[in-house]
Design a protein around this ligand. Structure first.
Ligand code: FMN
Length: 199
């Protein structure tokens, strides 16, 4: 059914969850992957994919290295924008808003759910910084593994973030490229208002 402000869910976060579920059902690879844009203190943008690891009324949760480029960006300029694209459905969704750090206990829950190999890689990587060779990287992983033969503790430089939606847009392809776009904006009282945008 074509999208329209009157027929989409009044809550865009629920609507986004529905579209992710549709993408999963359609067999889209990595339906939770989204491009996350941040900007540095000078407003210079950068974008990369991350995985969504939680979607609720608070927003979109993702995890990364706080010292990475995206981590440093949001420490200075706490705003982000996300774009999902699901090829098999010819749909796009966009979200933008402030980004907040998740508390360590929330990060720890997710950290503990990760396989040991992923924990070791995250703990050993000074993400986004230069390293001389693959061998040095693998030696760093071996060193962390030897130091933590059992549990790998949550590194102080790694954790979660939540992108709090202030605007959310749903885009669906239509014939002759006369696409449908519905944008939601959050009002000062927290309520959502949806409107149709021109393609
Ligand atoms: C599909 C996909 C999912 C990814 N998911 C994550 C993720 O959840 N967290 C993360 O830190 N990096 C993830 N990456 C790697 C990032 O795209 C990026 O290379 C890395 O985080 C460093 O980005 P930065 O230097 O801009 O901070 C993913 C890459 C791809 C292609």
């Amino acid at each position: 059914m074509p999208i329209d402000p009157a027929t989409l869910d009044p809550n865009p976060i629920r609507q986004l969850g529905g579209w992710i579920a549709d993408a999963e059902a359609a067999g889209v690879a990595l339906p939770t992957a989204f491009a996350l844009a941040t900007a540095d203190a000078d407003g210079v943008p950068s974008v990369r994919f991350v995985l969504l690891h939680g979607l609720d009324d608070d927003g979109l949760r993702y995890y990364t290295n706080r010292g990475s480029r995206k981590g440093r960006d949001v420490a200075i300029n706490p705003w982000g924008a996300a774009a999902f694209w699901w090829a098999a459905l010819d749909r796009q969704a966009r979200v933008s808003g402030p980004v907040r750090q998740l508390p360590d206990d929330a990060s720890l829950d997710y950290w503990r759910s990760r396989p040991r190999g992923s924990q070791l890689s995250a703990a050993a990587s000074d993400q986004s910084r230069e390293i001389g060779s693959r061998e040095e990287l693998e030696a760093a992983v071996a060193e962390v593994a030897a130091r933590h033969p059992d549990e790998v503790p949550l590194p102080p430089f790694w954790g979660g973030y939540v992108l709090i939606p202030q605007s959310v847009e749903f885009w669906e392809s239509r014939s002759d490229r006369l696409h449908d776009r519905v944008e939601y904006r959050r009002g000062a009282d927290g309520s959502w208002h949806a409107r149709r945008l021109q393609p």
